[in-house]
Design a protein around this ligand. Structure first.
Ligand code: SAH
Length: 196
């Protein structure tokens, strides 16, 4: 099949935490992603003051870009180290608080509240906790989700979207029979069936 042998592969949460601990974070783009610049107008669609969601956010610098444009950014990431590095690298003072609905989770946010990052698994979130979003930047997120969790991930993302929200999705096109990733290969046909 066109997803080859990838469909049963799993990257466990501990493995992601270990990558952050050891600095094995090849996926992080110091300069931000050129495709967000290119398609920014599609994401914003002339609107201002949006709520924008960053699933599996890492320490993506695009969160700072959008916050600086006046949008409100919410991210989720299992690695607390990643989130602390984000605030430190942008010299952003932040405070942390527990999330009453999710045991063990923390919310780290800038003092002005315009960037709020949840330290927990995305599967612990729901719209009653984080609300709904006008825009989503999905880079290194759907493609990092284990293939067995894709449907669950997408169903959740759909519940987090406002009626007129825009969703920018970055995937990587390659022959999955020749390369085992990362990231996982998500064929266009599957994107269509997942999102409907
Ligand atoms: N979107 C970011 C990071 C991509 S790498 C960027 O563009 O740089 C994928 C990230 O997802 C890693 O930082 C990993 O720690 C995190 N992650 C993996 N599984 C997760 C889960 N279930 N919930 C939240 N974060 C997760």
């Amino acid at each position: 099949t066109d997803t080859g042998s990838q469909k049963d592969r799993v990257v466990a949460e501990e493995e992601w935490l270990r990558k952050w601990e050891t600095g094995n974070i090849w996926f992080h783009k110091e300069q931000g992603h050129p495709l967000l610049q290119k398609y920014l107008d599609v994401l914003l669609n002339g609107r201002s003051g949006l709520r924008i969601f960053f699933p599996l956010c890492g320490k993506a610098v695009e969160m700072k870009w959008l916050a600086d444009m006046g949008h409100s950014v919410v991210g989720v990431e299992v690695s607390e180290k990643a989130l602390k590095e984000f605030f430190a690298e942008h010299s952003l003072p932040f405070c942390e608080e527990p999330v009453p609905e999710i045991s063990g989770a923390k919310k780290l946010q800038t003092t002005s509240g315009n960037i709020a990052l949840y330290c927990c698994s995305i599967y612990d979130l729901s719209s009653s906790i984080v609300g709904k979003f006008d825009g989503v930047w999905d880079r290194g997120a759907l493609v990092a989700v284990n293939p067995c969790d894709r449907q669950r991930y997408v169903s959740l993302m759909i519940t987090l979207m406002e009626k007129n929200s825009s969703y920018l999705l970055v995937t990587v096109s390659y022959d999955p029979n020749k390369h085992k990733g990362p990231p996982f290969y998500v064929p266009e046909s599957e994107i269509k069936s997942l999102f409907g």
